[in-house]
Ligand binder design. Sequence first.
Ligand code: GLA
Length: 376
Amino acid sequence: MTLLRVLLRYPGLAALLSLPLAAADSDSVTKQPFGTADDQPITLYTMTNAHSISVSIMNYGGTVVKLLAPDRHGNIDDIVLGFDDLSGYLAEKGGPYFGATIGRYGNRIAKGQFSLDGHSYQLATNDGPNALHGGVKGFDKRVWQAKVISTEPPSILFSRTSQDGEEGYPGTLTASVRVTLTEKNELKLFYTAKTDKPTVVNLTHHGYFNLGGEGNGTILGEYLTLNADAYTPVDSTLIPTGEIKSVEGTPMDFRKPTAIGDRIQQVGGKPIGYDHNYVLNGYGAGVRWIATVLDPKSGRVMKVSSDQPGIQFYSGNFLDGTLTGKKGHVYQQYDALALEPQHFPDSPNEPKFPSVVLKPGDIYHSTIIYAFDIAK
Ligand code: GLA
């Protein structure tokens, strides 16, 4: 019998030992009160599998707060940036989307404007002139409904209704994310949405991964491989110019495993680094492999699969030492990377890009899988 089961059977024992008692749906999913946001209780759900992978996710922002994974020696580290407590996420200079569910539109829309069926819309702008990651109070800053829908494998359904006009977006959007941890060490995210008026949708996950462990240095020595022959060059405000450019002969080429730090200085940008959407190969053929990250030191490997047309590769350029995260760790530039499978930035204004329009009666869906492994 696990310690948790013993404690649940004899709750007095937990009090005697002064142990915090997380309620368990089973050994594979536990729930823990995590504070209050917008006057609503926030719960941290922890899913664990038999291979020492554990994912903690809360219903504020549908945010992955903790992701524990073993290295090649069996040492377990938390491999995502974030905060110990809810207060870190709620603070005025809260995290830059650490671990969050992003919506209604992941990435940028130029000047926060677009037209659909002859109507012009002005969105909330929150990134210079542009709208980024759903606006001032995007899905990452909202309280979601959460429900444990399975314990074998552990699976939680997060859902929320975004009102017509929220952050300027048309249509009432009902969105959900089903989060599952499998015995194959996969963190599976399955997104759906429906609307009552034509709108645009682009949901994604914004984990800040460092396979060497959060607070353990930069990701510059980690090797990245991307299933992408092209990317979308951007202007100075990170809006795509519309061009689809081959990665051949450029520092953007990750078709073979390459250390992220090798060519980062040649990428340019302010601040310097990768913050680009890649045009993934094989769009239209369902879920396929799109990216691999390998940390040679710890041996940890993360493989990303998705059915999405693009992926934003962000090398943590904006981290600048002003945020103190878990265990007092100060997060510096390049301390983590984000791999956000999604539609291309500014798609509502680029007719050549795959469409992000969702019409009443249609169902938006997207699958993202982060699978963890250890290099031999
Ligand atoms: C995304 C963007 C970046 C940055 C981060 C958050 O990855 O592409 O430019 O805004 O989110 O800081």
